[in-house]
Design a protein around this ligand. Structure first.
Ligand SMILES: Cc1ncc(COP(=O)(O)OP(=O)(O)O)c(N)n1
Ligand SMILES: Cc1ncsc1CCOP(=O)(O)O
Ligand SMILES: [Mg+2]
Length: 209
């Protein structure tokens, strides 16, 4: 799968009260082809149910699903995983999930971390947060210059994350982000139709590059 475009990440608060599946389906209708299930709770039974339902939707729309943090759940479902520095070994994930799996690595604001992630078999390097984020306020700050350096030095798709809006995305894409990962600016919508429109609008930003 081509790692380019809008990368949607779920949020358990924004997508509470029955919104998870209709809002994610709207994002898929709007063109999202990469989805991360991010749920920081330890309700394993609900996490399994939700991830299974998301996988069905992704399969229907030809999209790829990644699980945040939880390699075991990713392996159980046969999908990808996104790992931060404290979430376990990338090479162990690659060994378990196999050569085709999408494995994402958080590299915060560090090129050396991205180089190491690449050596361990990551499919993309994620940098950020780039802007203030409601979703993860404490994340370390990255700059457009870092993204440009990463583009020059690393042969790996780059993800930008953190406070990204439709207005802010074009400069990040121009600096080398092949994916922009978004929670709030996609899923804070009033209804599913608005999610679909927002996803489409983000997708169009990639057509011009
Ligand atoms: C695409 C993407 N980039 C970065 C993160 C953040 O991962 P991490 O630092 O492990 O923080 P949590 O998301 O686990 O709170 C991400 N999830 N996705
Ligand atoms: C998971 C994560 N890691 C760095 S910022 C962030 C949250 C991104 O969410 P938003 O798009 O709402 O800022
Ligand atoms: Mg994590």
């Amino acid at each position: 799968m081509k790692l380019r475009g809008l990368y949607a990440i779920t949020d358990s608060q924004l997508l509470a009260d029955g919104r998870l599946l209709p809002y994610v389906e709207a994002a898929l209708r709007g063109g999202v082809r990469l989805l991360q299930y991010r749920d920081k709770s330890d309700d394993d039974a609900r996490r399994l149910r939700e991830a299974q339902a998301l996988l069905e939707l992704c399969t229907q729309y030809g999209a790829s699903l990644l699980i945040n943090d939880d390699l075991e759940l990713a392996a159980r479902l046969g999908v990808g995983v996104h790992l931060g520095l404290a979430d376990g070994s990338l090479s162990a994930a690659r060994a378990l999930l196999g050569p085709q799996a999408i494995i994402g690595a958080s590299c915060y604001a560090s090129l050396p971390l991205a180089e190491q992630a690449r050596a361990e078999g990551a499919s993309y390097a994620a940098f950020g947060r780039f802007f203030e984020s409601h979703t993860k306020p404490g994340a370390p700050a990255a700059t457009h210059e870092l993204l440009e350096q990463a583009r020059a030095r690393l042969k790996l798709p780059l993800v930008a994350i953190g406070g990204i809006t439709q207005e802010r995305a074009p400069a990040l894409i121009a600096s080398g982000a092949s994916l922009v990962a978004v929670v709030h600016a996609l899923f804070s919508a009033e209804d599913a139709d608005e999610v679909e429109q927002r996803a489409q609008a983000f997708g169009q930003l990639f057509a011009h590059h």
